[in-house]
Every structure is written in C-alpha cells, then in structure tokens.
Design a protein around this ligand. Structure first.
Ligand code: GCW
Length: 710
C-alpha cells in the first residue's frame, strides 16, 4: 500500500506569483547568503517563465564588469549599494538617495523604475530579499511606467512568531498547544520532525510577508523541551540552518529553572553567582553552534511555570540574568508580562486578573537591561475577541516593549470559523493610549512613542520590542487548518512591517497572490466574494459570542464553543458576574476594582463612566442593569439578542457566498472551507441559543421582536 501525502498548498507564493519577475532579464549584484537566496529565487522563476539571471560584479569578483554583458541589458537590477560598479540606471537611483538623511538600515530598500529598468537597492542583503518580495507583490506593475524613488523600511525591527509547539506530545495539550493546524512543522513524537523542505518553505512564506524571527517551542517549557538549550541544541541548529537563508533568526523558549533541571544546581536564584555563570556558559555554547541565534523567550511565574518569585526576586532580576548572558552575543530576552494568579478564589472580589500585569511590571520600569524586551499581551486578560488595550503598554517608558497578538485562533473560532484578524490588530496598533492624536501602540512597539520627550534616567535608547504573534501554522496541507486563516499569518507579517497599512488592502495583497489568474476562472468575482466573507468576519464572530467585551464564556479547557458559566466559579479570574439584575465587571475606581486607574487620561476617565465607555467594552468595565441603554440607543439585553441573531444570519450569508465560488477555485480548498463553514454555522447557532437563553432566563426580559429564544 502506498500512502500519498497531500501536496502542500503554496500559500501566497504560488509559482505564478513570480511570473512577471521570471520573464525578465535580471541582474543581481552583491554577495552573501541572502543575496544568493534572491538569485536562486529569480533563477527558479526564470527557468519557468523564460527570463535570465546574471550575477553582477561583486559576485563575479571585484574586478568584473558591471554585469551588463551578455544577451541584452537587464530589465531588472537588484543590487547591494556597495557591490562595486553598478549599471547605469542603478547608479542613477543610488545617486538620488541621501543615505545620511534617510538610512536604509539592515532591512530597508530603495525601489525605482528608470528608462525601462526596475531597480532595487539595499545596503544589506536582507533589504534585497525584502525588495524581491515587494516586487513579487507588485507583479506586472513593477514593470510599468517609470516610478519615482521609493524608500521602504520596516517600522518595527522585531517581527516574531512564537510557536507553542511541544517536542514531546503533551498529554493534554498535544503536539502544539492551542494548535489548530495539525502537528508541528518542527517536532514530532518527542524529536525533530526533520521535514526540512517544509521548514524552508515556511521560512520563505514568512520572509515574503516580513517576519524575521521565530521561537521554535512552546512558552510552557516541559522536561523534553528544556533540553533544547543543551543536549538537544543540535535540533535547534538544524532549524536555524533552514530559516537563515530567509533572514529569520531562531529563538528558544527556555525554562527559568534550567540551571536546576539541566545544570544540577541546587537553585535557579538569579542573584546566585553559580546561576549566572551557568546561564553565561549555556548561552555561550548556543552561540558557538548558532552564531545568529536570536535569544530566549521566557514565561515565568505564570500558570505553573517556574520564576524568580520562588527566590524572593523580582522579574527584573530574573530577566536581567538571562539578558546579561545574551548581551555579549547580541541576543535578546523576550520576557512575558503574562503573570497573574491562576489559583484565585472566585469569591474574592478584590482580586482582578485584568490588573495583574500592570501591578507586577509597571513598578519595574527602567530596571530592565537594554536587551530585555517585555512581551505584553495586547489586552489585559487573555486574547479575547474584544478587550481594551493593556494599560501596561502605556506605563513603561523606560522599557522596550513588544506587543503580543494571537494568530492561532484559540478564542476566535479555532480555525474552524472564518475570522480575519487584520482589522482587530490594526485597531490595536492604531490605538492612542494617551488620547487621540498622540503616540500609538505601534509607536510603543517601534520605540518611537517617547521621542521628543526628555529621556528618563535609565531609559533605553532606540529600538522598540516589536510585534509578536502566536503562530497559527502547522503541518496541515493548507498550513493553517482553515485555508482562509492563511490571511491572518500574512497580515501579521505585513502589519508588523508597517502597522499603518490598511488591513483590507493587506487582504487584497493576500488574495491576489494566493488566488492567481491561472488558478481562478474569475479573479474579480473571487476577490469580491473573499472580501465579503472575510472583511467583517471578526465582528461577526464577536456578535455571536460573548457580548460587549465581557469575554470568557467559552468551554473550560479547550475553549471552543459556548459555556456562559463555564469559568464563573473557577480559580482563573475570568468572570462576568451575571445575576438577575445585570451583568459585567465593575472595574471602576469609584465602586470597583480600580482597574480604570491604570490608564492614563483620557482613557482613565472615558472607561470610568458608563456614559462615555465605548459600547463594545461596556461589560469589561462596568456591571450594568439589563435595561441600561447603550450609546447606540438600545438596551443591553436587546443588544445581546440582536447581535446574536445578526451574527448567525451573517454566517448564513457567508456560507451562501462561499458556495458561489464552487468550481471557480481549487476544489480541495473550496471543499475544506465549505466543510468548516458548516461547522461555523452550527457552532454560531449554539452560541446564539445558549447566550440568548441564558440572559433571557436570568433577566426575564423578552426579545422586543418576539424571536424564538429556546
Ligand atoms: O491563553 C492562554 C492559553 C495557554 C497559554 C497561555 C499563555 C501557552 O490558554 O494555553 O499557554 O495563554 O499565553 O502562556
């Protein structure tokens, strides 16, 4: 019997995406691994589409000609600015750029089209690679009329995916914690998966959307995974070798208790000399093996993971000992701020999980070493489909902060539901924590939020912590389980490169690259329907699940599907406090947990008052009667009914629209999405009926429109 593995979907890099490039005479000037990647990509495209790739002077040798020799002058030049004599059009483009005023940095590039030649110039090889993928996005438009000089540079330096992948299959969480896309690309059954072609293809997809760092194992570090730092380091090096040609640095989640678990020391106290030495030595060995290693990711004192609290030390002490070990090698520690009491007594109304990260970390501002990046979940609780922005993001001017998003759809339909997260992420990144018109969350992640203000003592200079997402990819043939969830992975990279991009324009890019004319019979219809299905899908998901920002009405454990009281009497700190009169969490300063006081003005005032609190967050901040009238003019209870009926109707419409694509796109992909839409509809109906029935029974208030509530 032969078992055939299904072909892996090319994602946003089908061969046709390179058609315009592959048909040209291209010249690539420069040397180095990533320049070679550019050349190889172009050569593969040229072999398919009839073009030609020539190596420029620097690759041929310092004395070589400017590469224009041979059959016809190049129509496309990709060159490192310092790669020796450049052909005329490229030299002219370079002359028009003032590097002193406008540096390209490690990853930036210039793009222009002059006299029928398209030119990409970069100072560093990674810039050339990103320039190449920019041309892929442009397609034929890269070879149209002349283009004025454009300068492209990532807004965020660190654009990272965290894989919650386990090496050994975890008895409860499986191979990938909160993974909805099959197994891990990296690990299987206790060891490396060794499908290096797949790893390379993954790196290529990530580079094409702008990601430059990957943490290869779960932040919950169990016994087997801990050893990736020491005797299993070779497995990490193998992954680094495959990701390096695409400009991706590998990071490792490590256990804070590693000196005890792996080093046999009696303690992991960060202030203990032997512990510091152990980290320094272990880290030195990592860099001997992986010279461009990115650094460590640490979840400490969180949900059972070990941490500095055990030794009476602060999280700054804890993070700094690892940072000190990494500093000589240029590595960083991503230290997670997701620290809270998960063994809370639900009867205790004084403890509020939303406050925890701020309470723990804000007082430590200015005490972290320069190469510590404090990694903060975007909301104060835990990746719910709607939360306010975490107040920690505005509270630490003296610390490098990274904002953490969740691409894996733990709380947004687990890749069985269509839920395009681009609009949500964009809203978060554009949010202005100090009020409209001021610096944004993206500015904090970029390290530019405090520019122009006098530096505080001990503050770090330049370079924010960037953006991190928990990856949604796995060994599934479509990479992401739900084929349309690929759009989330793509959008994450693009928004990390430039948080100002319009998420619907990003969606256009993904559609145009993925559903190329040769794979669709009617590209315009395909694009329209994909927009109709995806554009509003996050808000649709929000409508049929937990209402008005209250969150966590999910089934405990696996977190799929509704269970309104599932977490209500548990130790996890995620409550909605519904009773016969009303619902919501009072987090005000006046009468509640005082969480609103963690925000700077104007938000501390906006959220404090029921009059000004945005409707979509009302129940996050306030406990209100069911007949409380929202700013939209309807009562809370009527809003719950209306939004839940509307959400399900929207899923019905999505499914109808999707049916119109049958026979217009790849049959396997169409069938996979159809099947998932059936499940989405079933699940959305269950959400609607449970939530509506629950609140009808609690409140006794009937639906104003007399619809059926079971
Ligand atoms: O949302 C929760 C998840 C856990 C996860 C944790 C975290 C990796 O349910 O599975 O653990 O967040 O972010 O650390």
């Amino acid at each position: 019997m032969t078992s055939e593995r299904p072909a892996v979907h090319p994602g946003w890099l089908p061969p046709e995406a390179f058609a315009a490039l592959g048909a040209r005479r291209a010249l690539v000037c420069g040397a180095g691994l990533l320049v070679q990647t550019v050349r190889d990509e172009l050569a593969a495209a040229a072999a398919r589409y009839g073009g030609k790739v020539t190596a420029g002077a620097a690759a041929a040798g310092p004395a070589g000609p400017a590469g224009a020799a041979g059959a016809g002058a190049p129509e496309l030049v990709l060159a490192l600015a310092g790669a020796g004599p450049l052909p005329g059009p490229a030299a002219a483009v370079l002359a028009g750029h003032d590097p002193a005023a406008d540096a390209l940095g490690d990853e930036g590039f210039l793009l222009a089209r002059r006299a029928g030649v398209t030119v990409v110039l970069a100072d560093r090889p990674a810039g050339l690679l990103y320039g190449l993928f920019h041309l892929v996005r442009l397609g034929p438009a890269a070879f149209g009329p002349d283009r004025a000089l454009e300068r492209h540079r990532p807004v965020l330096r660190h654009r990272m995916l965290d894989h919650w992948d386990n090496v050994a299959v975890h008895p409860v969480m499986g191979q990938v914690e909160r993974g909805y896309a099959g197994g891990s690309i990296f690990w299987r059954d206790g060891g490396p998966r060794r499908d290096f072609e797949r790893v390379r293809a993954y790196g290529r997809l990530l580079a094409a959307c702008g990601v430059n760092a990957v943490a290869v194992n779960n932040v919950n570090v169990h016994a087997t995974e801990a050893r990736l730092l020491t005797d299993r380091l070779g497995d990490v090096a193998d992954l680094a070798d495959r990701l390096r040609p695409y400009g991706i640095r590998v990071h490792l989640s490590v256990s804070f208790a590693a000196p005890v678990m792996l080093g046999g020391l009696p303690t992991a106290d960060p202030c203990d000399e032997a512990v510091r030495d152990w980290w320094a030595a272990a880290t030195r060995r990592v860099y001997e093996r992986i010279p461009d290693f990115g650094g460590y990711v640490v979840k400490a004192d969180s949900e059972g993971q070990p941490g500095p609290f055990r030794y009476g030390r602060s999280h700054a002490d804890g993070a700094n000992v690892l940072a000190e070990a990494l500093a000589p090698h240029g590595g960083v520690v991503h230290w997670r701020a997701f620290v809270y009491n998960h063994r809370q007594d639900w009867r205790d109304r004084s403890t509020d999980r939303a406050r925890a990260a701020f309470d723990h970390f804000a007082p430590l501002d200015g005490r972290f070493r320069d190469n510590v990046i404090l990694q903060v979940k975007h909301g104060p609780i835990d990746f719910q489909p709607r939360e306010p922005v975490s107040p920690v993001i505005a509270a630490m001017p003296g610390t490098r902060l990274a904002v953490e998003l969740q691409a894996t759809q733990e709380y947004t339909g687990q890749q069985r539901h269509v839920c395009y997260l681009g609009p949500w992420w964009s809203e978060i990144l554009r949010f202005a924590p100090w009020g409209p018109g001021g610096s944004t969350v993206a500015d904090v992640a970029a390290g530019t939020a405090y520019e122009g203000r006098p530096a505080l003592p001990g503050t770090v200079g330049g370079g924010g912590g960037g953006l991190v997402a928990v990856s949604n990819a796995g060994d599934d043939p479509f990479w992401t389980g739900h084929p349309l969830a690929q759009a989330n992975l793509y959008a994450f990279g693009r928004l990390a490169w430039d948080p100002g991009l319009d998420p619907l324009a990003v969606l256009d890019e993904w559609i145009d690259l993925t559903f190329t004319p040769s794979t669709t019979r009617d590209p315009r219809l395909v694009r329209r329907i994909l927009h109709e299905v995806l554009d509003d899908s996050w808000r649709t998901y929000e409508r049929y699940t937990a209402p008005l920002g209250v969150g966590f009405m999910v089934r405990p454990g696996h977190h799929y599907g509704p269970d309104v009281d599932g977490y209500e009497y548990t130790p996890w700190g995620t409550y909605h406090f519904a009773d016969r009169d009303g619902v919501g969490v009072d987090r005000t300063r006046a009468t509640g947990t005082r969480f609103t006081g963690q925000y700077p003005p104007p938000w501390s005032h906006t959220y404090e008052s029921v009059q000004t609190c945005p409707d979509e967050l009302l129940l996050f901040f306030h406990h209100v009667p069911y007949r409380h009238v929202l700013r939209s003019g309807v009562t809370v209870i009527q809003h719950i009914y209306d939004s839940h009926f509307a959400g399900v109707e929207q899923v019905v419409a999505m499914r109808d629209r999707w049916r119109r694509l049958a026979r217009l796109i790849d049959a396997r992909l169409h069938a996979r999405v159809s099947q998932r839409l059936d499940e989405q509809l079933r699940c959305a109906q269950e959400w609607r009926d449970q939530v509506n029935a629950y609140f009808y029974r609690k409140s006794g208030v009937p639906d104003a429109h007399g619809r059926r509530i079971p």
